[in-house]
Design a protein around this ligand. Structure first.
Ligand SMILES: Cc1ncc(COP(=O)(O)O)c(C=O)c1O
Length: 380
């Protein structure tokens, strides 16, 4: 089936008991068993829940995996995936990954004897140099948050596999509508479903989708053993959000391009990071690897004072963490999402005090542009 059809129908079979078109929210902690060892395949809701199972089936189809597992947040999904490593193992990771991922790897997982190299994954040579005999995982984020750098999933997967490492791609920014990491060679895709998949800024969740049955089995075991499951209500919200993923992404894409082009021409904006602009250093890779460029843009206003004056003046665009909702969300990575990265490192990576990130929503684009333009008047 086509992508839009899968968004609506995959995992969404009518309820067998009533015929309900929408998968019910199975808000239960357990299931009655007929006799010892005789049950309908559902025993305890940490282990299995029909609403969560419907979402997992849907996600597996959208990403082209053997199976998917849904977790309580994007970070819970990353935590579950990271159990594929053990003490003594080494992980190569994008140096411009989401701040929370960096914090989890360096402040928590490192305490358990896993070591990390954070490199510019836009350069295959840098990744190759970082690989060691004990490298077991390559964690990629493309496009990266918030500088919108890309990495070549196919080339890096080939390189990692040659060296015995598992390739994990955080596909949160692109969504499966724009990018299919498993088809490009990755082993596991993860999402913060909080973002484009849910799409309505009303749920926090995460998912891991694996290409191989073995990885799905391990993720199921971890999901049940460590217990960071997605609730039935959140599973339902994400499942419902995904039904409109294709149409939302289409509008996000049109609006994103228009906003990026307008910002690129604005005299107060020093630089725009958006893979859809021909000025983006990896525009060609974006065209090859993605089917569109999305709605995430970051732009440079030159100083903290400019960024804060601009952010104080936006009216339609909401100042807040997160992204991927129907509403335009705007943020200041250096003091918000990326505050956990040391300042020197942040500046070196381009997450400067003057950098603003925008997640372009699906409002009328003229209204979004008018709001940005009036707020840019506050910039010197
Ligand atoms: C790219 C990316 N990955 C992972 C996460 C973590 O997801 P969550 O906030 O759902 O735990 C985020 C959150 O902003 C993100 O932007």
């Amino acid at each position: 089936m086509g992508f839009s059809t899968d968004c609506i129908h995959a995992g969404n079979a009518p309820d067998p008991t009533t015929g309900a078109v929408a998968v019910p929210i199975y808000q239960t902690s357990t299931y009655v068993q007929e006799a010892l060892g005789k049950h309908k395949g559902w025993e305890y809701a940490r282990t299995q829940n029909p609403t969560r199972a419907a979402l997992e089936e849907n996600l597996a189809v959208l990403e082209g995996g053997a199976g998917a597992r849904a977790f309580a947040s994007g970070m819970a999904a990353i935590t579950a995936i990271s159990t594929l490593t053990k003490a003594g193992d080494h992980v190569v990771c994008s140096n411009m990954t989401y701040g929370g991922t960096y914090r989890y790897f360096t402040k928590i997982l490192a305490r358990y004897g896993v070591t990390f190299s954070f490199v510019d994954t836009a350069s295959a040579a840098d990744v190759e140099r970082a690989i060691r005999p004990e490298t077991r995982m390559l964690h990629l984020e493309t496009p990266t948050n918030p500088t919108m750098r890309l990495c070549d999933i196919a080339a890096l997967s080939e390189l990692a596999h040659r060296n015995g490492a598992v390739v994990v791609v955080d596909n949160t920014f692109a969504s499966p509508y724009l990018q299919k990491p498993l088809a490009l060679g990755a082993d596991i895709v993860m999402h913060s479903t909080t973002k484009f998949l849910n799409g309505h800024s009303d749920s926090v969740g995460g998912a891991a989708i694996a290409k191989s049955k073995e990885h799905v089995e391990w993720l199921s075991f971890v999901q049940n053993s460590s217990g960071a499951i997605l609730s039935p209500m959140d599973s339902w919200l994400v499942l419902r959000g995904i039904k409109t993923l294709a149409v939302r992404m289409e509008r996000h894409e049109t609006n994103g391009r228009a906003v990026a082009e307008r910002l690129a021409k604005h005299p107060k904006v020093r630089k725009v990071n958006y893979p859809g602009l021909s000025s983006h250093p990896q525009h060609a890779l974006a065209k090859k690897q993605m089917s569109g460029f999305g709605a995430m843009i970051s732009f440079e206003l030159g100083s903290f004072e400019n960024a804060s004056a601009f952010l104080a003046r936006v009216r339609l665009c909401s100042l807040g963490e997160s992204l991927g909702g129907v509403e335009t969300l705007i943020s200041h990575p250096a003091t918000m999402t990326h505050a956990s990265i040391p300042e020197e490192e942040r500046e070196r990576l381009g997450v400067t005090a003057g950098l603003v990130r925008i997640s372009v929503g699906i409002e009328d684009v003229a209204d979004i542009i008018a709001d940005l333009e009036q707020a840019l008047e506050a910039v010197r």
